[in-house]
Design a protein around this ligand. Sequence first.
Ligand SMILES: Nc1ncnc2c1ncn2[C@@H]1O[C@H](COP(=O)(O)OP(=O)(O)O)[C@@H](O)[C@H]1O
Ligand SMILES: [Mg+2]
Length: 254
Amino acid sequence: MIRISNVSKSYGGNVKAVDSLDLHVMPGEIFGFLGPNGAGKTTTIKIMVGILEPDQGSVEVAGINLVDKSIDAKKQIGYVPDEAQLWEKLTGAEYLDFVCDVYGVPGEKREPEAVRLLETFEMLQAVSDPIGSYSRGMRQKIAVIGSLMHHPSVWVLDEPMVGLDPRSSFLLKELMRSHVDQGGAVFFSTHVLEVAERLCDRVGIIHKGKLIAVNTVEEMKNLFAQEGDKSLEEIFLEVTGARLPQEQLASLAK
Ligand SMILES: Nc1ncnc2c1ncn2[C@@H]1O[C@H](COP(=O)(O)OP(=O)(O)O)[C@@H](O)[C@H]1O
Ligand SMILES: [Mg+2]
């Protein structure tokens, strides 16, 4: 449902923010994209949703090439950026209306969908207030709601749990599951490994622009199981080289 083929991107200079990335996400699948800060997660996501052009490689969303048929491909995508640009003076309702205008959601379909999602996230009261008055979590919630108004098949979220209270974060995870249960695909980045461990059907670990491991959480654990049961966090630290050698750890503990 999402297919990234041999994608590379650098921001001037020689360092590749994303380096020869190949990745696919199937319908019915929640895919977690893990990596330390600066690993290339946001760059990959911006390429995947058509905001950035890759230096090489291609992206297909629901079988549609993002360069050849960019409008058709983008209609398939619901995107929640890491920091949503929202218009402070618009109310939540006006913002959702604007998003529906952009995606061509017919008038009669807007309200039932908006009410359903606003109720889910306890935002029905706040929707008539200007976004400028919203807390960080409320902004994140209205961005999440806006991203679903056009019923995208592919839902892409960049660090979506950041700023959400535990209840909203739980509700978001439920929505992700129900999205894939209805045949969609979810791709999200996170550095919160416990979330990925419990939620994802598969995870990919990106480090310095390269995808260094892709697998189900279970398989990933099996592969690294020689030294006993490891959490995803331990595997992550190991493969991204962030883990200190044993002797160094021992000396630090003294
Ligand atoms: N607009 C930009 N201009 C120059 N370098 C950038 C820009 N955006 C990101 N980078 C660099 O690209 C690399 C990957 O960044 P990013 O994709 O944001 O990683 P992540 O989301 O995993 O933290 C980092 O080294 C970052 O400093
Ligand atoms: Mg990022």
